[in-house]
Design a protein around this ligand. Structure first.
Ligand code: OFO
Length: 162
């Protein structure tokens, strides 16, 4: 891949690491609210994000490109409710989806056929991740911060895949 694409791939790797740290921080917020199942779901998701970063690194090194990991910016979290905690995750996923689309367009523009399978994988993954988090947010809206509803969702998410 050329230099411009190499830089943009590097930025995406950094975003995936930031996303992993965001999910870790959201897990902390949930632990503090005595919701260990939801916290565990967030930690599992954090690991998935690290896997995403690795997948991009692997793609680049396979092609003899040098991924450069940038500064990791940890966002500050302002959430009064459990619903808001998951809404932060949903917004972050939407941002990542947008970044993946931009990467797709750039690779397309530059005729970089070899990056297509990797980027296509991310496009599908983002559709799935947004749907998963969006469903959780929808259910949290139904529960409306009710204690027994939250505890039921906590138990469900403890055993659910991220
Ligand atoms: Fe949850 O997003 Fe990575 O790609």
């Amino acid at each position: 891949m050329n230099e411009e694409l190499e830089v943009e791939f590097g930025k995406q790797i950094t975003r995936e690491f930031e996303s992993a740290m965001l999910y870790r921080q959201l897990a902390v917020e949930l632990e503090l609210r005595d919701l260990p199942g939801m916290a565990s779901w967030m930690r599992n998701h954090s690991s998935e994000e690290l896997g995403h970063a690795d997948r991009l690194v692997q793609h680049m090194t396979n092609r003899e490109n040098r991924p450069v990991i940038g500064d990791i910016a940890i966002p500050s979290i302002k959430a009064d409710t459990v619903t808001e905690i998951f809404e932060i995750a949903l917004d972050a996923e939407k941002d990542i989806s947008e970044a993946i689309r931009a990467l797709y367009r750039l690779a397309q523009e530059q005729g970089d056929i070899d990056s297509r399978p990797t980027i296509d994988w991310f496009v599908s993954e983002q559709i799935e991740e947004e749907a998963t988090v969006s469903e959780i947010v929808g259910r949290l809206h139904l529960v409306n911060e009710d204690g027994s509803g939250l505890l039921r969702m906590d138990a469900e998410l403890a055993s659910a895949g991220a």
